[in-house]
Write a protein that binds this ligand. Structure first.
Ligand SMILES: NC(=O)c1ccc[n+]([C@@H]2O[C@H](COP(=O)([O-])OP(=O)(O)OC[C@H]3O[C@@H](n4cnc5c(N)ncnc54)[C@H](O)[C@@H]3O)[C@@H](O)[C@H]2O)c1
Length: 638
């Protein structure tokens, strides 16, 4: 009876191609009775099963197809290894069947279902026990539920068990559905560090991340991984979605155990931020290699094993540095772009450069879906000075704001590439979500940066802080350090970031805004007032634009209406070029409605969260020698 009433067994979601479905379901082992037993157990928990049986929920088709029929190569799962199976089951004769493929439901058919792998269960080979039906692959007959089932009408019940996410829904049509909920888990290494905490904060506020198919998934859990004891300064550690993990990435076993905590059926996005900074790596060569290079490789290998175990390739976001260019900066007079040769001139840069190549190759091999962000120096970093050679670019603002003296170890006039904390975090997410061209082996992008000197930061600081509070600021003392001057001097500041522009990453706001943002986000210890200056255009996220013209009958010059136009936005006042990004190109239709709505394209919604200005560029009109714009309205959340 149960055999007839149960739904499809599988670990896939809606938009899954057969190849992924096979990956996702290869990890399913066990005999059919075992699976049914577990479904039975789950449904019993909700008091549904016995009545379901009584009510004889009629035939629900099963899409259980042998893999050979789909013509796909079987992918091995670690549980398929006999030795492992034997160890788990304490039985040398254990037989395992791992290569059963399930037909994924076509997109939008809200059916189907869960069941988790369970390596620990005894496993026996199974054969599909439902004849494949290619002609009616989506045939699903839902039974008429009885009263007990109807009591759950409209409610979604979580019937997750172990690592198999699932849901059961009794719909308005008085039918019941069960289907897979694909969920995403995030690992942030270096999660107790500056950027790890900020990224976590941002992800907790976001409505999800895009998986490799461009589908937005809710982030169910964020694992903050570090060797450092957690601080509760900004409270993210206390969030119920956050799990704190004490893992030292220099140990491969710890990395495997960490990644192994994410069920194979879930999507994994790993933001790899752990590392030792430039000063520390330069002083301790072995430490630099062990953490930055070996640690990254261990994480990559852990993700590779996960993929080989049947999971979809994890997204792996690696935080590199503009320090990878080193000697390339010596070629004066031209901007250094994404594809320039990486010739680092310090150990830190070297470890990052090697890892960039590893990320490329692990991606090429299909082990991960990797992306590398080349970070400029992020300012203004809160807390105490860190071991980065460029620490003074934060210290010159932070220390005076805390009423402390700032010591400048490098010349005030030395230009250096920086970004703001908020822009950087948004850009890491944009890089994560980006649909990276499949044909491009190189997975690295220079992140948006802007050159600045310590003197420019000092000037901006004195502009942001009201004049009557200048005396409260700590002093700025010049004390040049030959080592730091040499290292920072070897980092160029003339950088371009074409890929970031293509991905519509957020440009760096002007320095005054960077300082204001610091005061707003981390200004608790500030000795000056934290009142934020009003910004003329406000901060908004543009959802769509409406262009309105006079109705044709109300104008003698209808052809003066705009035709093709582009919309650019920029993140700070007065800083249009080169920081403007084009968020869309549109055509206003002369004969269309008077008011026409144009949606902002692609990922621009997140890009635009910091917009300060917007420009409409009209390319052509409908035939007049001048163009008349009547009204443009911009909509978005405040
Ligand atoms: N902040 C910047 O200006 C900047 C610029 C360029 C690149 N980056 C890169 O971005 C990443 C994050 O930078 P950040 O400013 O947050 O650094 P951070 O120093 O604040 O955080 C790094 C974290 O990594 C942890 N860590 C170190 N060794 C570890 C190990 N063996 N196992 C687990 N955790 C370990 C540390 O405890 C620390 O909490 C780093 O990889 C850094 O190289 C940062």
């Amino acid at each position: 009876m149960l055999r007839k009433t149960l739904l499809v067994l599988g670990c896939f979601g809606y938009a899954v191609r057969p190849a992924e479905a096979v990956r996702a379901t290869n990890n399913m082992t066990g005999n059919s009775q075992g699976m049914e037993d577990r479904v039975q157990k789950l449904l019993c928990n909700y008091g549904l099963l016995t009545t379901c049986l009584d009510a004889e929920l009629s035939s629900t088709s099963m899409f259980l197809w042998p893999e050979e029929e789909l013509g796909l190569d079987p992918l091995p799962h670690p549980c398929c290894e006999k030795s492992k199976c034997a160890a788990i089951n304490k039985n040398a004769d254990c037989t395992v069947q791992c290569h059963v493929a399930f037909r994924p439901p076509p997109e939008g058919v809200g059916v189907d279902m869960f069941l988790p792998r369970e390596c620990a269960e005894p496993m026996t080979a199974i054969k599909p026990y439902v004849t494949p039906n290619r002609l009616r692959p989506t045939a699903v007959a839902w039974g008429e539920p009885n009263e007990k089932v109807l009591a759950f009408k409209g409610k979604r019940l979580d019937i997750s068990d172990g690592d198999g996410p699932g849901a059961l829904m009794v719909t308005e049509a008085a039918q019941w559905h069960a289907w897979t909920i694909r969920s995403m888990e995030v690992i942030i290494t270096g999660g107790q560090g500056f950027l790890g905490q900020e990224l976590c904060r941002s992800l907790l506020k976001a409505d999800g991340l895009l998986d490799s198919h461009g589908k937005k998934l809710e982030v169910k859990k964020i694992m903050l991984v570090d060797t450092m004891a957690p601080s509760s300064r900004i409270g993210v550690n206390a969030d119920e979605k956050v799990q704190l993990e004490s893992t030292d990435i220099t140990y491969p076993t710890q990395c495997c155990a960490l990644v192994g905590k994410v069920p194979t059926a879930h999507e994994l996005s790993l933001f790899h931020l752990a590392g030792v900074m430039s000063g520390a790596a330069e002083k301790d060569f072995d430490l630099g290699l062990r953490v930055n290079l070996d640690g990254t490789r261990h994480l990559l290998d852990a993700c590779r094993a996960r993929t080989q175990g049947g999971a979809a390739p994890s997204k792996f976001i690696f935080t590199s540095s503009l320090a990878v260019f080193g000697e390339t900066y010596g070629e004066q007079g031209r901007a250094i772009g994404d594809t320039d040769k990486i010739v680092p001139k310090n150990t830190y840069g070297m470890t990052k450069a090697v890892c960039e190549l590893l990320v490329n190759d692990y991606t090429r091999k299909g082990f991960i879906d990797g992306r590398t962000a080349r970070l400029p120096t992020v300012i203004v970093r809160p807390g105490r000075p860190n071991a980065a050679t460029t620490s003074c670019f934060s210290g010159v603002v932070r220390e005076p704001l805390h009423g402390e003296d700032a010591v400048l170890p490098v010349a005030r006039t030395l230009p250096h590439s920086v970004t703001s904390t908020r822009a950087l975090i948004s850009n890491l997410v944009i890089l994560h979500d980006a649909d990276w061209p499949q044909t491009l082996t190189d997975r690295s992008a220079n992140l948006p940066s802007r050159p600045c000197t310590l003197q420019q930061l000092i000037d901006a600081l004195y502009e942001v802080v009201p004049e009557d509070e200048h005396t409260k600021l700590g002093k700025i003392v010049d004390k040049e350090d030959a080592f730091l001057s040499r290292v920072v001097g070897s980092m160029g500041s003339n950088l371009s970031y074409e890929r970031a522009r293509e991905l519509r990453m957020l440009a760096v706001p002007d320095l005054k805004i960077v300082i204001e943002e610091f005061l707003e986000d981390f200004g608790e210890q500030s000795v000056v007032s934290r009142k934020r200056r009003k910004i003329a255009c406000g901060v908004f996220a543009v959802n769509s634009k409406v262009l309105e013209q006079s109705p044709l009958w109300a104008t003698t010059l209808p052809r003066a209406a705009p035709r093709e136009f582009h919309v650019d936005v920029w993140p700070s006042e007065g800083d249009l070029e080169p920081y403007a990004i084009t968020v869309g190109s549109y055509e206003y239709q002369l004969t269309g409605p008077r008011s026409q709505v144009f949606a902002v394209n692609g990922t621009a919604g997140s890009v635009l969260s910091h917009v300060r200005g917007l420009r409409i560029r009209v390319e052509s009109n409908w035939g007049e020698d001048h163009t008349l714009l009547c009204r443009v309205r911009v909509f978005g959340a405040p």
